[in-house]
Design a binder for this molecule. Structure first.
Ligand code: SAH
Ligand code: SF4
Ligand code: F3S
Length: 477
């Protein structure tokens, strides 16, 4: 049976980005004969994809160009994820292919960036003999220097975490972009210490980026023709930046408003919201601005309060449901999605059923669902036994997946017959005769091309029918 670890209904964009090749050619006039060729492949969350754009920017300033075929590259980077064991396994398999390419092209530099680099540090160089560089997420400014060290014949490691680094002054090179949607990192790291999670160890302490630099990036993107930005952080609701020498603090609700005010035609999305921190002030900001999308990713992880406590999520079932009620009250049409873990340490069948029942209550628009994977060094690995058998974790996962399939369909069917405002993101994957784009609630819609409307414009689309994850419709005036 096919291994089912990470399933997501409803956002083909996110799914298609797994292991995506980031490729953008430099402007013609700057191309010099001796430009070194960089290939970057990214895994994991949107933050990692956003970081690859920072890495590309740093190296393009050093005269690199990015290419789409690793076999031709002088430098091959893989920006890695440690969130579950199979995420790491995928990277290791891919490294074997890069190492084979290196044997055919001596002098090729192979670098491991991101969360796996941070987790394994110099051990990576012992385990993978052909890797030259190991660089953690806060050390990308050091890349030119580290590449120089490799050019001089050594292997190089920098996995220092920082309390300040936000790369605020670096303009990301938009890689593989549709020219319409872009990510903006608003903060880095995480201070939450959920017991299952490796992120606080791989990404370090939480820090927020200067709001002025965020607003400027959004404005620059708008001026360049972009029409949608997604503000990224592991826990956006704890965004906090002290301005005016500490006399004034900008919180997430205020930041959202600032970005929404850049232009009414610039859609604003954000991810991820933590149930313990999402405030009514944020919900009112979403309700107030037409261009802040009515869609919240609110990971529940489990529907059982004892399991939530073991997970150190610091909310319980009642708190979560109260937050969902507040969303429904303040933003009646809001889309809600979630993350769920099945088979966490000591979870009983009854406790798993609480997860099924909370799903029934909320009826999520879509969900990312995972079987628990113990990560070395986390609180759960130290404190609790990973005692739910793999088979049972998978069985529970299948139940959760099947339930979500019903709920996704329920939500989609409710959208059918209604008119949705859609930002045209590009042509559909299947046909150049169809456009695709998402509605406010983040549901993908596909509809026939109408020559009067171009990519990057808003159109009203009547949803006429749906598949399991997509609405099918046509443009109406
Ligand atoms: N910061 C986000 C989540 C980042 S990780 C948040 O707090 O919601 C994305 C998702 O991966 C998590 O929400 C969780 O559902 C899942 N995940 C994290 N660690 C995991 C583990 N050890 N095993 C299985 N799933 C895990
Ligand atoms: Fe991990 Fe929890 Fe932080 Fe999310 S909030 S990144 S799950 S520790
Ligand atoms: Fe993975 Fe690191 Fe993101 S572990 S999910 S790439 S923060």
């Amino acid at each position: 049976m096919k291994e089912v670890d990470r399933i997501h209904f409803g956002s083909p964009l996110e799914e298609s980005r797994q292991g995506e090749v980031l490729d953008m050619q430099a402007p013609e006039e700057h191309i010099k004969e001796e430009r070194r060729k960089l290939y970057i492949e990214s895994y994991g969350c949107q933050m990692n994809f956003s970081d690859s754009e920072i890495v590309a920017s740093i190296l393009m300033d050093q005269g690199f160009e990015t290419i789409g075929d690793y076999k031709e590259a002088d430098v091959v980077f893989v920006n890695t994820c440690s969130i579950r064991e199979n995420a790491e396994q995928r990277v290791r398999n891919r490294l074997k292919e890069f190492e084979a390419a290196k044997q055919r092209k001596p002098g090729m530099i192979i670098g491991v960036l991101g969360c796996m680099a941070e987790r394994l540090k110099a051990r990576f160089l012992e385990e993978e003999k052909l890797v030259d560089l190991v660089v953690g997420p806060d050390a990308y400014r050091d890349l030119p220097n580290l590449i120089q060290q490799v050019d001089d014949g050594s292997r190089a490691v920098n996995v220092l975490l920082s309390r300040e680094e936000t790369y605020a002054d670096i303009s990301p090179v938009r890689l593989n972009s549709n020219g319409v949607s872009a990510f903006i990192s608003i903060m880095r790291g995480c201070d939450n210490m959920c017991s299952f999670c490796v992120v606080p160890f791989t990404r370090g302490r939480e820090r927020s980026r200067d709001p002025e630099s965020i607003v400027k990036e959004a404005q620059d993107l708008y001026n360049a023709g972009y029409r949608e930005v997604t503000l990224l952080g592991q826990n956006v609701d704890s965004y906090k930046f002290k301005c005016n020498e500490g006399t004034r603090t900008v919180n997430f609700a205020q930041l959202l408003e600032k970005v929404a005010l850049v232009h009414p035609d610039l859609r604003v999305r954000f991810s991820t919201s933590h149930p313990k921190d999402i405030t009514n002030e944020v919900l009112y900001a979403i309700a107030k601005y037409e261009n802040i999308c009515k869609y919240i990713h609110l990971p529940v992880q489990s529907g059982n309060s004892r399991v939530l406590e073991l997970m150190n999520r610091t909310y319980d079932r009642e708190w979560y449901l109260e937050r969902v009620d507040a969303i429904r009250r303040i933003i009646p049409d809001c889309g809600i999605s979630t993350d769920i873990i099945t088979g966490f340490c000591s979870e009983t069948v009854e406790e798993h059923e609480d997860t099924l029942s909370i799903m029934d209550h909320v009826k999520y628009d879509f969900a990312y669902m995972f079987a628990y994977s113990e990560r070395p060094g986390t609180l759960a690995a130290k404190r609790y036994e990973d005692d739910v058998p793999e088979e049972e974790k998978k069985r529970r996962l299948t139940e959760v997946v099947n339930k979500q399939r019903e709920h996704s369909l329920y939500r989609l069917e409710n959208f059918v017959g209604k008119v949705h405002k859609v930002l045209i993101e590009g042509f559909s994957k299947r046909s150049d005769e169809d456009y695709c784009g998402r509605n406010d609630q983040n549901t993908m819609m596909v509809f026939p091309v109408d020559e009067r409307f171009k990519v990057g414009q808003y159109v009203n689309v009547l949803a006429e029918t749906c598949t399991s994850a997509t609405l099918i419709g046509r443009i109406v005036d």
